[in-house]
Design a protein around this ligand. Structure first.
Ligand SMILES: Nc1nc2c(ncn2[C@@H]2O[C@H](COP(=O)(O)OP(=O)(O)OP(=O)(O)O)[C@@H](O)[C@H]2O)c(=O)[nH]1
Ligand SMILES: [Mg+2]
Ligand SMILES: [Zn+2]
Length: 297
């Protein structure tokens, strides 16, 4: 726990906080403000209360479990780190992250890292440009970076300086810790190879950690996540969290249109006209249809 004075001490969490309210696997998350009692001549502390959160990113911890995992709290911006290859990030995963961020009012920038493995003319480059098109049509800002070559790191630094508390999240192996090492000389986080056989990361980072930025503000490294299960959301409100879909609702014949099989649906017309990316629309339909059984991944 970092104190307002800047010193860091290790803390225990008072038992009553663990049982309060919802069943989160972590009652205190990175980014929380807490009250604590100092103990052992101020060498350790006991966390006695958590202040109300301004916002948070919450996901279902594992499939079909009722438990939630608070990824981080009190965020000014989330950077969703995605990669086209080694490993590949699916738009299904990205859209679940984006739906949660939209519902909890956390602005997101997508960072496509490892662009060095997407050379001009390669299928990876085509996929990168395709994904950029999908998310630009949805109004979501994107960046390209390579922690290896340094491409895009100046721009990322500027974006990080513009917000206060910045979260880095994404699958294991996409390069979150490597990016932080490249941005912050002096920080030396452990990083891990992506396995050749499965093209998956090895979950090298095991706990979330916040670092001060030289430009002011903070950056949070988090463990890679496999799935982003939705929690506390209502199925019939899902379309509110796809901003470009929600924008069209006024044009639908039925004010409660869910844009599935209803006649005179402005959303379906916009998909046909290319104003809404089909990929996003299909992910919305898939999320809707698998909502009960599968609010995970
Ligand atoms: N080619 C290439 N490799 C990269 C880049 N960024 C990171 N890597 C490599 O990707 C692997 C995984 O990087 P990490 O930083 O450990 O990934 P992470 O997202 O922190 O993974 P977890 O901690 O497991 O969630 C390492 O072998 C890095 O060297 C990049 O821009 N280009
Ligand atoms: Mg890591
Ligand atoms: Zn509609």
């Amino acid at each position: 726990m970092e104190m307002s004075s800047g010193t860091v001490i290790s803390c225990r969490i008072q038992g009553k906080l663990k049982t309060r309210g919802e069943r989160a696997t972590n009652p205190i998350a990175v980014g929380d403000y807490v009250l604590l009692q100092k103990q052992d001549e101020e060498k350790t502390g006991l966390i006695t209360d958590r202040l109300e959160r301004r916002n948070s990113m919450v996901r279902k911890s594992v499939n079909l479990s009722k438990e939630t995992h608070v990824v981080a709290a009190n965020l000014d911006r989330a950077f969703l780190i995605a990669t086209v290859a080694q490993p590949a990030t699916s738009t299904g995963f990205m859209d679940r992250f984006l739906v949660t961020a939209q519902a909890y009012q956390v602005p997101v920038t997508i960072v496509f890292n490892k662009v060095d493995v997407c050379p001009e003319g390669s299928p990876e480059r085509d996929q990168l440009e395709y994904l950029e098109g999908v998310y630009h049509t949805a109004g979501i800002p994107t960046l390209r970076t390579s922690a290896t070559t340094g491409e895009g790191l100046d721009e990322l630094t500027r974006e990080l300086a513009a917000a206060g508390v910045n979260l880095l999240s994404g699958h294991s192996g996409v390069g979150k810790s490597t990016l932080i090492n490249a941005l912050l000389p002096g920080v030396d986080l452990r990083t891990g190879e992506v396995s050749d056989a499965h093209q998956k990361g090895k979950h090298t980072t095991t706990f979330a950690e916040m670092f001060p930025l030289p430009t002011g503000g903070f950056i949070i490294d988090t463990p890679g996540i496999k799935g982003f299960g939705l929690v506390h959301l209502e199925r019939d409100h899902l379309h509110h969290y796809f901003p470009e879909i929600f924008d069209k609702l006024d044009g639908c014949k039925f004010h409660n249109c869910l844009h599935r099989n209803e006649p005179h649906c402005a959303v379906k017309k916009a998909v046909e006209a290319g104003e809404i990316a089909e990929e996003r629309y299909l992910n919305y339909i898939e999320l809707y249809e698998t909502f009960e059984s599968n609010s995970y991944r």
